[in-house]
Design a protein around this ligand. Structure first.
Ligand SMILES: Cc1ncc(C[n+]2csc(CCOP(=O)(O)OP(=O)(O)O)c2C)c(N)n1
Length: 600
């Protein structure tokens, strides 16, 4: 046996490799991204970054039907994008196993919302396995693939940030299973015309009954009997919190979370006056237990928003459990001063900023200067919402910037109240985001004759999630060179008359392009192109303030560059941070910012 300290995401990858997964597809998204990055390091597994999560799942459907064990990975909001194939996949079933690893992000460490993917499994009629640590994650991948094959269903492996990103010990043998199932045509099962789908829906419902029977005896649903006074039901990382907060309590730890193991839950409940449910986000287990007629307390006490931790769990339930059972604090002892488990809350806030030399900065400086209405998207550039750029009006989900810009423009076109905004709307999105979900909106703009400018911030990578390749970069996840999608050609092909490229490090040229296109009465695209400075680190001389020439006007500070600060009444450049982009020098009235030459 080998022992290794792995993150949950590494454990998914290793589990998938050892269980014989031959095809894996994903679109990056924190906290799930590392799963495919890790898996792709192994031989014999085809791994791809798909253009978006819907395509990733569709690739997965094809490959499992084709007889290859398959893993599809995404973050929680990715499942919104993939929801259409997800809802019908359980009708057609699999062939070789298909596991969807979906990572929720309670507390929104790097997401635009908190949503609970378990509801997507229930809505689709798909079983859920949910691990509490890396060892369990590793084992559950194989268990999920086998469950998938036994019941002819996709399986959701539900992860959360703390499981995906925490490290714990995993024991394994370095052996890979070989699975290669024959493909057979079966149109009634796999072609979901209404007549066939009507036959398949009852199959799905019967399958759920079989899955519920299997959940009753699953080794992942574990009763830990301790005190007969306090009984907790929990799953995932919350199991760890519950154990830490209430070490004496009895626990029913659910790993095979859905469909519910009703008999097991009733048996466990029979030992206690009432049950306490510890779960993050929505009252998924709680509602299920209540529907079974069990007396449970959950979200009436435990927060429904944000991340939990052992102290929060203890604080929220301790008093009630004491009242119900007489057990002091329910078994929880409040931390003493200095013992708190969440020291992060005591640190000073440090807002994220765009890096020195970030190519997005120049573009957003121009947009702010021109006082445009900016419909934005998700990526590093969303950081320009913060002062001093304050450059974004709205942002919802990946690709939405284009459709929202269209809607704003149509609303302003017929408005008396917003006459000054008419023709002032731009949509802004990154290259990865444009390919993921922006192209449909652009087709709509051209089709419905919208005089609006879309700006694609083409930094040649998916920077926000850690520099993943995408169809525009000319490289695959497996390191091969491939066709690089030509964004200009693509935009022209959908009917955009004016497509131009600017360098956002050239402020004057960028401003001129934006002014001209916004003024023109047509749909246009500006591609603001320069590689991400963190990824392509060019050796450029830093800039320095010539003190005697600096008037202290602070114009350069309007860029919000972290390499530039005031020292007394003069601007000062931290040369160790400066990327040499020259934007500050382009803004400096008296010309006090100069390149640091090699001779000093
Ligand atoms: C549906 C969905 N999938 C994934 C993500 C995670 N995510 C946020 S922004 C982004 C892409 C950013 O890349 P790009 O648009 O090229 O901008 P950059 O960060 O490079 O500036 C990703 C993958 C998400 N928020 N929503």
């Amino acid at each position: 046996m080998i022992r290794a300290l792995l993150s949950g995401n590494e454990a998914v990858a290793l589990g998938a490799y050892h269980a014989g997964v031959r095809v894996a597809a994903a679109y990056p998204g924190t906290p799930s991204t590392e799963i495919l990055e890790e898996l792709s390091k192994n031989p014999g597994v085809y791994c791809e970054w798909s253009p978006n999560e819907k395509v990733a799942l569709e690739v997965g459907i094809g490959s499992c039907l084709g007889g290859a064990r398959t893993l599809v990975a995404m973050k929680h909001v990715g499942l919104n994008v993939a929801a259409d194939p997800w809802m019908t996949l359980p009708y057609i079933g699999v062939n070789a196993g298909l596991v969807l690893a979906v990572a929720d992000d309670p507390g929104m460490h790097s997401s635009q919302n908190e949503q609970d993917s378990r509801f997507y499994a229930r809505m689709a009629g798909v079983p859920i396995l949910e691990p509490s640590d890396s060892a369990e994650t590793y084992e559950m991948v194989k268990a999920a693939l086998e469950l998938s094959e036994r019941h002819d269903t996709p399986v959701m492996l539900r992860l959360e940030t703390r499981v995906s990103h925490s490290r714990s010990v995993v024991r394994y043998r370095d052996e890979r299973e070989e699975v290669d199932l024959p493909y057979g045509k079966d149109a009634v099962k796999r072609v979901m015309v209404p007549g066939h789908a009507r036959l398949r829906h009852p199959v799905l419902l019967r399958r759920l009954e079989g899955l519920a029977r299997e959940a009753e005896g699953s080794p992942y649903n574990r009763v830990e009997m301790r005190s007969t006074r306090v009984g907790l039901v929990t799953s995932g990382v919350c199991y760890q919190y519950a154990r830490e907060a209430f070490p004496e309590a009895s626990v029913l730890k659910l790993g095979f979370v859905y469909p519910f193991a009703e008999r097991l839950l009733h048996d466990f409940a029979s030992h206690f006056h009432r049950l306490y449910v510890v779960e993050e986000l929505e009252p998924f287990l709680e509602e299920g237990l209540k529907a079974m007629g069990l007396d449970v307390v959950g979200k009436a006490r435990v927060p429904r928003d944000g991340e939990l931790d052992p102290d929060l769990v203890g604080e929220s339930l301790g008093e009630l459990i004491e009242m119900d059972t007489g057990v002091k604090g329910g078994g929880w002892s409040p931390p003493q001063a200095g013992e708190r488990l969440s020291p992060a809350s005591e640190l000073p806030l440090r807002p994220p900023v765009m890096c020195p030399g970030c190519p997005h900065r120049g573009l957003f400086y121009v947009l702010a200067r021109l006082k445009l209405v900016v419909s934005s998207d998700i990526g590093c550039y969303t950081l320009s919402v913060l002062p001093p750029l304050s450059g974004i009006d709205c942002q919802v989900c990946m690709g939405a910037s284009v459709g929202m810009a269209l809607g704003l423009e149509k609303a302003f076109a017929a408005s008396e109240a917003n006459l000054d905004k008419k023709g002032k709307v731009v949509g802004v999105l990154g290259d990865s985001t444009f390919i993921h979900g922006g192209i449909g909106g652009l087709i709509d703009m051209v089709y419905n004759r919208t005089p609006c400018t879309i700006i694609i911030l083409d930094n040649r990578t998916t920077a926000m999630t850690g520099f993943q390749d995408h169809p525009g970069t000319g490289k695959t996840l497996m390191g091969e060179t491939t066709h690089a999608l030509d964004l200009e050609e693509l935009c022209r092909a959908v009917g955009v008359e004016s497509v131009r490229v600017v360098d956002p490090w050239d402020l004057a040229a960028t401003e001129e392009a934006v002014r001209e296109e916004v003024a023109a009465d047509r749909t246009s695209v500006i591609i603001s192109r320069r590689a991400c400075t963190l990824q392509v680190r060019e050796e450029r001389p830093a800039f320095r303030v010539e003190e005697e020439e600096c008037t202290g006007c602070k114009r350069c500070l309007r860029l919000g560059c972290p390499a530039l600060v005031m020292r007394g009444d003069k601007a000062w450049v931290d040369e160790s941070l400066c990327a040499g982009c020259s934007l500050c020098a382009q803004l400096c009235g008296p010309g006090a910012l100069r390149e640091v030459r090699a001779d000093g």
